[in-house]
Every structure is written in structure tokens, then in C-alpha cells.
Ligand binder design. Structure first.
Ligand SMILES: Cc1ncc(C[n+]2csc(CCOP(=O)(O)OP(=O)(O)O)c2C)c(N)n1
Ligand SMILES: [Mg+2]
Length: 799
């Protein structure tokens, strides 16, 4: 579409010069940042050079309460929004582990991965409408897209669902725009198309800027995009009179007025009418190449390099300022000089702040080591370690730990009060250092799921027996009615109340802004959940079958699981993922890929209830907490009868507390989910062989048996079988590691520990497919008997 730059309100003179100063400062940061890496002061650098002016113009569209979901090129945008100082930029480059200096991630993320802090130091929500918010960036290309959808979708809910009006610290009538940024090459990812389609259907306030510099590292647009233009590709998505869809605008990245016009139009459409917009910013450059890992001279032609120099956005802005007589040459030179000095000063301050704590620790370590040198027989060795540490002018924390550890080892046989002092000092420091990098994997607030105490079901004599799905239905009804922030979304969740009718009747009762049907797009479902949860809502996002979680496992793993940890407690997304799995029928409807999930989602709790009452206990637990969780319901349990507990709405299944389903003395069987019912049936048959097994349902896999219930059982039975529907070496291996190694269960065993799992392939179709793919009663009996035979061949002779 054509734009009329004359319509744009151009900022007054001073404002334009301020913008120019910021553009030049940002460029200086990129130039100096790169040098810091090459001088060894930082490990890696990726910068926003070549995109400064576009981002300054873009920043003018943001208002308080708005959200950003972007990627690593946005340093200028973040600075223009007042969300990043040059000192903070360098603090992140150095990996400063203190959020006071590096608020985006506390030094945890590679440089140029930005985010604001939604939570106070106790993990409670701040008022999100009085600050501009940026969700936390991640590196996988286009992974900002699913979350962007959710951030925009939340505005739609806040605007249209009147029961959310009181939550004024989360939204102001849904006026907030979700602003996104993405690189041209990253639009090749499936996430981009999935999310743009979803946004066009949903009609949400979302403005996505594509920073198009013609390349994705070395690969040119000709290999990325049809017609080398994402705005041309997207033409079918363009809204027309009386249709949904998106608005597509194009502007050149060195043309300030043209970009202003495009962004202003997009933002007003998004904010006022909830129309999603794509703004394709073309003709951008990358003066220093992709990152500090390579040089762009290797893949760009001389012509292209020449063009990039000529069309550098900062240079073009300079020419424009001179042509429009906004300032003269002397004034601009002054601004450029000022920018250089300011950036150098910021670098120096950040560098001094970064090394302050480490240098103080270095000094303390040297003082403690110094006291021991003369007293020991290892004087030369100790003096060398001391001098190496002393002469290290830019020590790392690990240098201090290494030096102290070497000293303690060298003095292994040497008793001295000073050595004890050093050991104690080192232990305290190591504790702090490990926390610097490992804290906040899950919530550390008072509302964390681990703080939720278990409440057992109570049944009265008249307790009704109903289908399992009905128990869930009562639970969801209760939460939807009691907490306006709770929403449910997923394929078939709305009109029919999900494929197993857990939500039956709920959309009728609570409306389609609370119980929401979605298209078949699992990453978008999870992204919607993440974005909404980041904005204070309490979504239950449904993945129809566990087997289809794979479509979203990347977003779960890269984004949701890392949110709290990568922001060092700055953001939380307490999303509940509801899914169903284990035994049913066929290769893609009876999967139990729990090992894959466990390995991918550290940072998300994983609950594996064996029935629907226990599942309700988990929903109650997680909805009372501020942690994200996956709840895997058992596919074959919806029509099995369960008694309705008297206290259904109060029951809570505690995390990491296994339940002993049956006591026994001979062998402990550790399992979960659908296997529980099978093993309880087998247990009866085993008594006929004189074997009394103890059956333990672990209930949650992450966290796993914090109560050490299993080891206590091993102390009695001295034998263990891990029973699991996953592949060999999947979740069973995880459980075995936790029990035998972490909890030192090995010492109680009289016989080799065993696992019995599904076969090394997907479960095949039909009753026999199931029988021969998953552990069956006869197989279990055989394995249990063999363990007993190994344990006591006299009592349990070969059959
Ligand atoms: C899923 C994924 N694949 C590959 C990469 C490695 N990678 C990082 S940036 C990049 C190029 C991205 O280009 P573009 O989207 O145009 O952004 P630009 O860096 O040019 O601003 C690639 C391939 C990645 N981070 N994530
Ligand atoms: Mg690019």
C-alpha cells in the first residue's frame, strides 16, 4: 500500500536531534561491544547496528501497559523505550549476575536478550499497566511469535470480558498493544505463519515489525522467501472489506517519515480496532555483520557492501537532518562526539560494577590463603597458586573457586584453623555462586506449588459414583465460577467441551471468552497460554492428546520452562497444560513419551494422576500456586466410575509426595498413571505365588518423590521394579536415577533393580497391538517372579 508521509506528525526539532543522539549512541554501543568481545572481556556479542532509526520510530508507538515480544536486534528499541541503559547493555555483555545491574536476566542470557521485570523481589505482580513491558527474549528464531499471540489475545479478553474489569493492575480495558519484532529470515519458520494466521482470525491488537536486512546470517532472501518479500508472500492474509485478516504495511528502514506513517497507522488500527498488523521494514543493513562469530565480507558482494554503506540508516538520518536544516554539520559532530564519550563512560562503569564483587571476593580469598602459606610444607605450590590468583586482573568467580579448591586439596593432610576458615568461606561463596546461575527454576514465592499442602479426599457414605469426566467437569465449573482469571482453550474445548467432555456445558455457562475453541495449532495454543499467563490470567491450555504435545514441545521447552529461570525471577507464566495420554489405541493415541517430556521441560511441574480425582487435586494445587505445570490425564479413565469426594473443591494433590497404593513386603513397584490399575490387578495374582508387592504411585514426576517414600519402602522390601509405559530408558531411567542415585536407594537392594517398560517402538493398534507393545499382566508377573527368584531361589524356584 502507498503511504503519505505528509500526514505524519514529525517530531519537533529537538526531539529529532535527541533521536539522532540515541541512534548514534546505539551504534557506538555496537562498535564498542564488538571490540569488548575481541579483547576477551565478553564471550559473544550480537548487536542492533543498521536498525537504529526504525526502532526509534517504532518506540514512539508504545504506551504504558503495552508489551513487546522481540528478538536480539532490539537494543535501540529497548533504549528508546527507557527499558535499557547503556550500562545495562554492557552489564549483560559481561554476564553480570546481579539483577540490579542486569535486570533482563541477571547475566543468564547471551547479550541482547531483553525483558522487563513483572514481579517484585518477593515474586508478586507489579502493576503492569504503569510500565512498558517486554516479555523475555529467547534465541530460537521465531519463538517470540507464539507468546506474542498470547500477549495480544489477553488484551482482547481484558477488553471484552467485563468480569475482568477489576484487574486494573493487569490491563486498562484491553487497550494494550502487543508489539513484536522478527528478522526477515526468521519469517521462514512455521511459527510465523501459524501465528499470523491465528492473529488474523482472532483480531487482536498486535503489531509485528519485520526487520528486513536481506539476510539470515549468510543466507539471502532469495533462499528464504518467495519473491524475496514477506509482505508479498502475506498478501492472502490481507484483510479486505468485511473480512478478518491482517493489515500489511511496508516502509523503508532508512526513511524516518515513511516509517512513522506506517507504524502510526498500524498502531492505531491495532489499539483502537484490535486489527493485527504486519509492518515490513525493508532496506535495512547490518554494518558489522551478524554477530561476533563471523564477518559478512565472506558472503556479501562488493555491490551489496557498497549499498549498505550508502544506505546506512544513521547516515541517511544525518543527511535528512541536514537537508531539512534541523541542525548543521557542527551540531551533528558535537552530538556524535557526545555519544562516543557517553558510551565509553557507560562501558567503564559497567565493567567496574561487574568486577566489584569478584574483586572483593578475590581479595578475601587471597587474605585467607595468605595466612596459610608459611605454615605449610607446600610453600612453593601454595605461593604459586596465591600469585596466580593475585596477578589475575580480571578474575572470574570460577578462578577463585579453582584456586581455593587447589589449596584445600594440597593441604589435605594438614590440620589448621586457617584451612577450616578457608573451607567455610569457600562453601558460603560456592553456595552463592551456584544460586547466581541456578535459582528460580520454579517459583520461589510464597505461592510456589511446593508450598501447597496436600488435602485428601473425604467421602461420605452416600458418595455418588460417576464417570471420571464428571469429576473433572465439576472441578472446572468451580474454578471458572470462582476465579474470573481462569480461562480454558484448546481444540474442541469450547462447543463440545473437549473430546472427553471435561468442559461439557462450560462454554454455554461462561461464554466463549472463557472456554475457547482454537484451530489445530499446538504452538499457538501454548503461546496463547504463555502470553495470557504473563499478563496475569490463569489459562488452562489443552493439547488434545499427549502424542501431539510434540508440536508444541519446542515452545514449552525453550520458552515456558525457562521463563522464570532465564529472568532470574523477573517474570512468571503460571500456565497449566492439560493433556491426556497413556493406554488407548494406536501409534498416535496411546503414547507415553514421558522421558522426552521430563528431559525437555525442567522448570515446569509434571503431574501424572492415575485417576480424575487425583487430577482434580492437581488442578486445585496448581491454580492455587504461581507455577506452570503439565497435567497428563489418563486417556482410558474418563468413563471409569469414581466416587465424588465430599470436599472435591478443597482436595489438593501435593507435589513430590508418592502414594502407597498397596503395602507389601517382598518388592517395591514404582509406577504412575494408567499402569497403576494394571499393577493393582497383577498384585492380587502375585499373592497366589506367595509374593506381596508394595505398589507406589509417584503422582508427580517433576518434582519426584521429595518425601523419599520409595527409599523407605526399599528399606523394607530390598527389591525394586520401575514399571512404565514409556520406551526403555525413558521415564523409568529417570525414576531409577532419582531413587537409586539421588536418594541412595541402591544400598538397600538385595537384588538388581529392574525396569519394565513398553517396547522400543510406538505402541501399535488394536488390542493385541496394545498387549504386545505395552507392559501386560503376564509380562509383569514374569518379571516380578524373576526378581524374587534372584532374591531367594529357594523360596521362589525356577518356574
Ligand atoms: C531455530 C533456530 N535456528 C537457527 C538459529 C541460528 N540463527 C541465529 S540468528 C539466525 C539468522 C536470523 O536471521 P534474521 O531472522 O533475518 O534476523 P537478523 O539476525 O538478520 O536480524 C540464525 C539462523 C536459531 N537461533 N534458531
Ligand atoms: Mg535478517
Amino acid at each position: 500500500m502507498s503511504l503519505n508521509p505528509n500526514k505524519t506528525i514529525i517530531s519537533p526539532k529537538e526531539k529529532i536531534l535527541e533521536d539522532y543522539l540515541l541512534a548514534v549512541q546505539s551504534r557506538e554501543i555496537s562498535l564498542l561491544g564488538r571490540k569488548e568481545v575481541f579483547m576477551g572481556k565478553a564471550k559473544f556479542g550480537i548487536f542492533g547496528d543498521g536498525k537504529e532509526v526504525a526502532q526509534i520510530v517504532f518506540s514512539k508507538m508504545f504506551k504504558k501497559g503495552d508489551w513487546r515480544s522481540g528478538y536480539y536486534r532490539d537494543q535501540t528499541l529497548m533504549m528508546a523505550l527507557g527499558l535499557l541503559t547503556p550500562e545495562q547493555f554492557f552489564a549483560q555483555l559481561y554476564a553480570h549476575a546481579d539483577v540490579q545491574y542486569e535486570p533482563s536476566s541477571g547475566g543468564r542470557m547471551m547479550n541482547s536478550h531483553y525483558g522487563t521485570r513483572s514481579l517484585d523481589l518477593s515474586g508478586q505482580w507489579k502493576n503492569l499497566t504503569t510500565q512498558i513491558n517486554s516479555s523475555s527474549d529467547i534465541s530460537p528464531t521465531a519463538s517470540q511469535m507464539p507468546r506474542l499471540l498470547g500477549l495480544g489475545f489477553a488484551s482482547k479478553l481484558f477488553r471484552n470480558n467485563k468480569s475482568l474489569d477489576d484487574f486494573t493492575h493487569f490491563s486498562n480495558n484491553g487497550d494494550e498493544v502487543a508489539f513484536g519484532t522478527i528478522g526477515n529470515a526468521s519469517t521462514s519458520e512455521g511459527h510465523f505463519f501459524e501465528i499470523m494466521n491465528a492473529a488474523g482470525i482472532l483480531q487482536i491488537p498486535m503489531v509485528l515489525a519485520v526487520w528486513d536486512d536481506g539476510y539470515g546470517i549468510s543466507v539471502p532472501n532469495s533462499l528464504h522467501t518467495i519473491k524475496e518479500s514477506i509482505s508479498k508472500v502475506m498478501k492472502g492474509f490481507q484483510r479486505e472489506k468485511d473480512t478478518n485478516g491482517i493489515e500489511i504495511l511496508v516502509a523503508r528502514g532508512w526513511n524516518y517519515p515513511e516509517m512513522s506513517a506506517a507504524f502510526e497507522k498500524a498502531t492505531s488500527l491495532a489499539r483502537e480496532n484490535h486489527v493485527p498488523c504486519l509492518v515490513h521494514i525493508t532496506e535495512l543493513t547490518q554494518p558489522q555483520g551478524h554477530s561476533t562469530s563471523g564477518s559478512h565480507e565472506r558472503y556479501k558482494s562488493q555491490d551489496r557492501l557498497h549499498w549498505e554503506r550508502e544506505f546506512d540508516c544513521n547516515l541517511k538520518m544525518r543527511e535528512w537532518i541536514l537537508a531539512e536544516k534541523i541542525a548543521d554539520e557542527a551540531q551533528l559532530s558535537e552530538i556524535e562526539k557526545e555519544a562516543k564519550i557517553a558510551v565509553k563512560n557507560a562501558r567503564n562503569t559497567a565493567s567496574a560494577n561487574y568486577s566489584q564483587e569478584i574483586k572483593s571476593d578475590q581479595k578475601q580469598a587471597l587474605a585467607l590463603i595468605g595466612k596459610m602459606i608459611n605454615a605449610s610444607q607446600h610453600k612453593i605450590e601454595l605461593t604459586n597458586i596465591y600469585n596466580d590468583l593475585k596477578e589475575n586482573t580480571s578474575p572470574l568467580k570460577s578462578d577463585i573457586v579453582k584456586a581455593c579448591t587447589s589449596i584445600i586439596r594440597a593441604l589435605a593432610k594438614y590440620e589448621d584453623v586457617n584451612k577450616e576458615d578457608l573451607k567455610n568461606w569457600l562453601a558460603t561463596k560456592k553456595d552463592k555462586y551456584y544460586k547466581d546461575y541456578s535459582s528460580h527454576l520454579t517459583s520461589e514465592s510464597k505461592d510456589c506449588a511446593l508450598n501447597i499442602k496436600g488435602v485428601e479426599p473425604i467421602y461420605d457414605n452416600e458418595a455418588q459414583w460417576v464417570d471420571g469426566r464428571k469429576i473433572l467437569n465439576l472441578c472446572f465449573d468451580h474454578h471458572l465460577s470462582n476465579n474470573p482469571l481462569v480461562i480454558a482453550l484448546g481444540e474442541d474445548v469450547g462447543k463440545i467441551g473437549d473430546v472427553n467432555q471435561g468442559f461439557a456445558g462450560m462454554q454455554e455457562k461462561y461464554g466463549d471468552l472463557r472456554v475457547i475453541d482454537t484451530g489445530i495449532r499446538e504452538s499457538a495454543i501454548i503461546g496463547k497460554g504463555i502470553g495470557a499467563a504473563l499478563r496475569g490470567l490463569r489459562p488452562i491450555a489443552e493439547i488434545q492428546y499427549l502424542d501431539y504435545l510434540l508440536y508444541s514441545i519446542q515452545i514449552l521447552s525453550d520458552d515456558l520452562a525457562t521463563t522464570h529461570h532465564r529472568t532470574k525471577g523477573g517474570q512468571k507464566a503460571p500456565l497449566i497444560i492439560r493433556t491426556r495420554g497413556h493406554r488407548l489405541e494406536g501409534m498416535w493415541h496411546s503414547g507415553s513419551p514421558m522421558g522426552m517430556i521430563l528431559n525437555a521441560v525442567r522448570g515446569i511441574h509434571v503431574a501424572v494422576p492415575r485417576n480424575m480425582t487425583q487430577a482434580v487435586g492437581f488442578y486445585n494445587t496448581f491454580l492455587a500456586s504461581d507455577d506452570p505445570a503439565i497435567i497428563v490425564e489418563t486417556l482410558n479413565g474418563y468413563r471409569l466410575k469414581e466416587k465424588i469426594p465430599d470436599n472435591l473443591f478443597e482436595i489438593k494433590t501435593p507435589l513430590g509426595i508418592p502414594e502407597i497404593l498397596q503395602e507389601g513386603k517382598d518388592l517395591t513397584v514404582v509406577t504412575y498413571g494408567s499402569m497403576c490399575r494394571i499393577i493393582l490387578e497383577v498384585a492380587v495374582e502375585l499373592t497366589e505365588l506367595g509374593i506381596f508387592i508394595e505398589v507406589i504411585d509417584v503422582q508427580s514426576l517433576l518434582p519426584f518423590d521429595l518425601a523419599k517414600t520409595i527409599v523407605k519402602s526399599l528399606q523394607k522390601t530390598n527389591a525394586v521394579l520401575f514399571l512404565d509405559e514409556d520406551v526403555p530408558g525413558g521415564a523409568s531411567a529417570f525414576m531409577m536415577q532419582q531413587v537409586l542415585e539421588r536418594d541412595e536407594g541402591y544400598q538397600w537392594l538385595d537384588v538388581s533393580p529392574k525396569t519394565l517398560t513398553a517396547k522400543n517402538h510406538r505402541p501399535t493398534y488394536g488390542s493385541d497391538g496394545d498387549y504386545f507393545s505395552k507392559p501386560n499382566a503376564e509380562e509383569i508377573t514374569e518379571v516380578v517372579y524373576k526378581i524374587m527368584n534372584d532374591k531367594d531361589p529357594n523360596k521362589y524356584p525356577d518356574l
